[in-house]
Write a new protein. Structure first.
Length: 146
């Protein structure tokens, strides 16, 4: 059975842009997480890869780590078949002038079914503790009915 890449190569024989996009994803996967999360997109023009960030501090951080980024680009050229065709000489970084909407992560509401039946023996002599355990027992029985 053929994989998706080979099928797309048969359908679209000239996949230069598609390979560029795959290469960009591979390069960004090599970046440190703190930089990767703030890079909006990248593109190539005149043998220069441009990284577009969402914050000036990230631009400064990438420029500070030029040696690391150049090494990552060389690793991508050597190891990924999508990147072998690209002729990247250097990279540049700039900050986007568009305001980026913050993505709010919605946490799913987890519901766990009650495992206990509420049938347990309370073996304490302290009245306060016994009352607390009785309340817990009654709550468990109510949850079990639901």
């Amino acid at each position: 059975m053929k994989n998706v890449k080979s099928i797309l190569n048969h359908i679209f024989p000239n996949t230069k842009k598609l390979n560029e996009h795959r290469c960009f994803n591979k390069i960004l996967s090599l970046f440190p997480k703190n930089l990767k999360n703030h890079i909006l997109f990248c593109y190539i023009k005149n043998q220069i890869i441009f990284f577009v960030t969402d914050h000036p501090a990230i631009k400064m951080e990438i420029n500070y780590n030029k040696k690391l980024i150049n090494e990552l680009l060389n690793i991508a050229k050597k190891n990924f078949s999508e990147c072998k065709e690209l002729d990247i000489r250097e990279f540049k970084v700039f900050v986007s002038n568009k305001i980026v909407q913050n993505k709010k992560e919605t946490k799913p509401i987890l519901y766990y079914s009650e495992k206990s039946n509420g049938d347990f023996i309370i073996s304490t002599n302290f009245k306060e503790l016994k009352d607390i355990f009785e309340k817990i027992k009654s709550k468990i029985k109510e949850n079990k009915k639901k």
